[in-house]
Design a protein around this ligand. Structure first.
Ligand code: NAP
Length: 456
């Protein structure tokens, strides 16, 4: 039988690369995801043409069950629950890589190189599946979100991983002896999985998105290594792409939050810091009627969305408000912080969903150059990403690059009450003389603003 899997894999790789390129721009990102899906379909389809394929009776139902669960879950998931969905799907990818490793390792007659590659891939995959599971449980609220720490935790972590690796080495050395391989492979898997669980415990649920991105990169690397082990080059390329993209994203997210990736790996990430600081000024409520008047008399308005906009699902109303302001001849732009919301690109996704034109979106640097000319900044459910406390040494946010909303002439903050941001600290911006608070659910507040603007 002619092996047509290789040409299909070439198409797979081309579709993955093309998809990734298209994901680099918000205007083409949706089709990029579609292309990645097509690539996945190619690679799954190729499996049926592998010479000597067996177990079709198992493969078909597995694909069907996976496809149905994936489709239903993706359709039902709320946008704010997306991080935990990414976590669990990522864990499944890692689990698949580890399973391939296990199957390869119990085969007799592998070369040492193959065994080493499979072992390294298994370690990375095991850590990733276990860590992703903890990330999912924490984000879903099925496990205590706060960091779980205990005496000599780091020492235990190191010992567990070191002993796990030792069993891997024992397996490598004795892999030709049938009896010994089972005895060392089982503790190797158990301990490296246990390390994955332990590693994720001290990390706060709220800090999980960075860790998920790291696990995503690790899953890519594990898949790439297992691709080497079984000579599947579509897996190698797909794994490398995911590994590289995940690594870049992890570093970008960590630096946007002023964290270090090294600290994440050490498990010391996300420890809550106490804030003990007095803020002068007071919170000044404002009515939607007064905000509408302020907006109507503005030349330039900046919209600064954050997690609260996602939570309120206010993006469609925000779009209506934007259209209305533009129709009145007011210049409007959106200031997008890279970690606004709870996942990378969260605001871009929501605004794209609502059909906000991409050319109205400014990144942090560009927006910060523009704020001084802004008459009114509308802060819609954003908190940490606009908190000037990030400029004050000793605060938990110190060093995080923020949107300089406080440089605009007037600031209106839309939030429900006294809820703090993700970092759990007071926001100096809210107490400034130029700032007024428009209390209420963001979607309702914007609906009222639109009504008031219509009257003017
Ligand atoms: P934030 O600091 O979490 O603040 C959200 C604000 O929205 C709160 O002050 C809350 O106040 C308000 N809010 C919640 N529901 C609302 C509703 N229905 N209507 C109106 N307001 C509502 O949000 P952010 O400024 O976007 O900052 C994101 C934070 O997440 C950063 O600290 C970032 O480091 C972190 N983070 C982001 C990512 C990422 O990838 N994007 C990953 C990990 C961590 P009330 O309760 O008073 O309404």
């Amino acid at each position: 039988m002619i092996d047509i899997t290789q040409p299909i894999y070439v198409l797979t790789i081309a579709a993955f690369v093309f998809g990734l390129i298209r994901m680099g721009n918000p205007a083409t990102a949706r089709s990029g995801i579609l292309w990645a899906g097509i690539a996945m379909a190619f690679s799954i389809g190729a499996t049926f043409f592998v010479p000597g394929i067996s177990n079709l009776i198992l493969i078909f139902p597995a694909i069907l069950i996976g496809a149905v669960i994936g489709y239903v879950a993706a359709r039902k998931v709320a946008i704010v629950d997306m991080p935990q969905m990414v976590a669990i799907y990522n864990g499944m990818g890692a689990g698949a890589a580890s399973t391939i490793a296990a199957i390869e390792l119990i085969k007799v007659g592998n070369s040492s190189f193959n065994i080493i590659v499979a072992l390294v891939g298994a370690i990375i995959g095991n850590v990733s599946i276990a860590g992703s599971t903890i990330a999912f449980l924490k984000l879903q609220g099925w496990m205590r979100q706060k960091p779980i720490t205990f005496f000599l935790q780091q020492v235990l972590n190191i010992v567990v991983m070191a002993v796990g690796i030792l069993f891997g080495v024992l397996f490598l050395v004795h892999s030709s002896a049938i009896v010994s391989y089972r005895s060392s492979l089982i503790p190797f898997f158990a301990l490296t999985i246990a390390y994955g669980f332990l590693m994720a415990l001290p990390i706060g649920g709220a800090d999980m998105p960075v860790l998920i991105s790291l696990y995503n990169a690790m899953t890519g690397i594990a898949v790439g290594l297992e691709g080497f082990a079984i000579s599947n080059y579509a897996m190698v390329v797909a794994g490398i792409l995911v590994g590289a993209a995940g690594t870049i994203l992890t570093v970008a997210m960590a630096s946007a939050m002023n964290r270090s990736v090294g600290a994440i790996l050490a498990g010391g990430f996300g420890k809550p810091q106490e804030e003990n600081r007095a803020i002068s000024g007071n919170l000044k409520p404002i009515s939607s009627e007064d905000v509408a008047i302020m907006l109507a008399y503005s030349s330039t308005v900046a919209i600064v969305p954050g997690f609260g906009m996602a939570s309120a699902q206010a993006q469609f109303k925000v779009r209506d408000l934007t259209d209305m302001l533009i129709s009145k001849g007011i210049k409007v732009f959106f200031a997008i912080h890279p970690v606004a919301g709870r996942m990378p690109g969260h605001m871009n996704v929501l605004l794209a969903e609502a059909g906000v034109p991409y050319d109205l979106l400014m990144d942090r640097e560009e927006a910060n150059r523009a704020f001084q000319d802004v008459d009114v900044s509308l802060v819609i459910g954003a908190n940490d990403v606009v908190n000037p406390a990030a400029r004050i040494q000793g605060t938990p946010l110190y060093g995080m690059p923020i949107l300089d909303v406080d440089k605009s002439k007037n600031v209106i903050v839309l939030k429900r009450g006294s809820g703090k941001g993700f970092a759990g600290i007071e926001n100096d911006l809210f107490y400034m003389e130029k700032t007024k608070m428009l209390y209420g659910d963001a979607q309702e507040s914007i609906s009222k603003l639109i009504q008031e603007l219509k009257k003017l």
